[in-house]
Design a protein around this ligand. Sequence first.
Ligand code: LLP
Length: 478
Amino acid sequence: MHSAPTALAPDWLAVPDDPDDLAAGVWPASAHRDADGALVIGGVPVGDLVRSHGTPLLVLDEGEVRRRAAALRDAFETAATAHGTSARIYYAGKAFLSTAVARWMVEEGLNVDVCTGGELQVALAASVDPAHIGFHGNNKSAAELESAVEVGVGTIIIDSSIEIERLAAITARTGTVQRVMLRVNSGVHAETHDFLATAHEDQKFGTPLADAAAMVARIRELSGLEFVGLHCHIGSQIFGVAGFRESASRVLDLHAELLEGGPVPQLNLGGGFGIAYTRADDPAPVAELAEGIVAAVAEGCAARGIDLPLLSFEPGRAIIGNAGVTLYEIGTIKDVVLENGSRRYLSVDGGMSDNARPALYGAQFSARLASRESDGEPVLSRVVGKHCESGDIVVDHEYLPADAAPGDLLAVPATGAYCAPLSSNYNHVPRPPIVAVRDGAARVIVRGETVADLLSRDVGITEPDSDALHPQTSEGER
Ligand code: LLP
């Protein structure tokens, strides 16, 4: 069964031969259908998960997270060793952070990167060794820096001159020596499938390469700060190594210059490795990526006659993105007939409050019926949420079986990164629970919000003023 593509479908979306299949690399490796055609993740049938936890539900495959973390760690360590250095991986907690996930990272031998005082508190609550934490951010407050220094955060990545002086004052008071890196803006800004380099990047992060030497000289004057190297992050959801190569080459010129004034033992090239959201995305295998980037740094060092520094990287999405699957229940369905074809709208019981990425970035996702298989003909569909906003799209373009019906479960893969962290209570929709699955067992790692949670900050409700809450309405006024 094969329907013709409609003019409304984008070029990258092929009509599937089998609208029940689970594209490799997009779904967790454990995802499969059982004898009844229902989806199973981490050994747990989705029907069981939904019976216990309802929908929407974010399911995180713990085995997939750990496997991807270990694969990145091994790939960069292998590549670094082959070139005579070593590599560290910091998990970028902004992609998704909870105490459970922070512990998995530590158990897999990773460090943790945080970018706010709040993320730092989660890592500390998970008992991550502060020495294995890197602290980022373009506007770290004095209070945030002070608590980071006090608990012994391993590396603080300085983003501006103001932070140098803030840290100098704190370390002078506490009598500690804080290891720091300086984040530079290499002028390379890499986007998915599109690589563009500009000399003057117009964005808020880091310090221009031209200003960095003077800032490092200032850091080196301060007895409370120990300069360990440069940091550079060029963007997110990047495919290929071209952007990393170009950025490394520019940063190494500065790195070599700084070696004339003192040691520069490390270099952090950030994160940003792209993942497959749909079968049209084709990220490079991690071993290829690691070897390509490390080889570029090694060549750059050899060309400049300098030693290869200890390397670090900060992937977030590449570790957790494909481990997440969001389960929804289909509520309503309508067909919208347009001049050049028709599009089916399937409304689910969540939306932009649990996945803001389509609305924020025009991000593409995919979807499959989860509660059963179907022989229905593939129909061009758009999965939308329940929010009062027309941009409330979960999956912009997907072929779903014609017989998809209210009450069916729908699964959206690759929602592990930047969905829960960007979630909101828009329209007073409670945030869904997050359940980890592994080897046939499921456990809640972040509980879902309740109506009581939704009302808990509303002072007018906790101290009710009955006149204000229940105004008298006369007949016909409603
Ligand atoms: N390191 C630094 C300094 C970063 O700023 C970021 C991401 C990362 C590492 C991790 O990047 P990743 O490997 O996860 O791509 N909300 C957006 C992504 C924002 C990324 C911000 N920085 C999204 O949903 O696509």
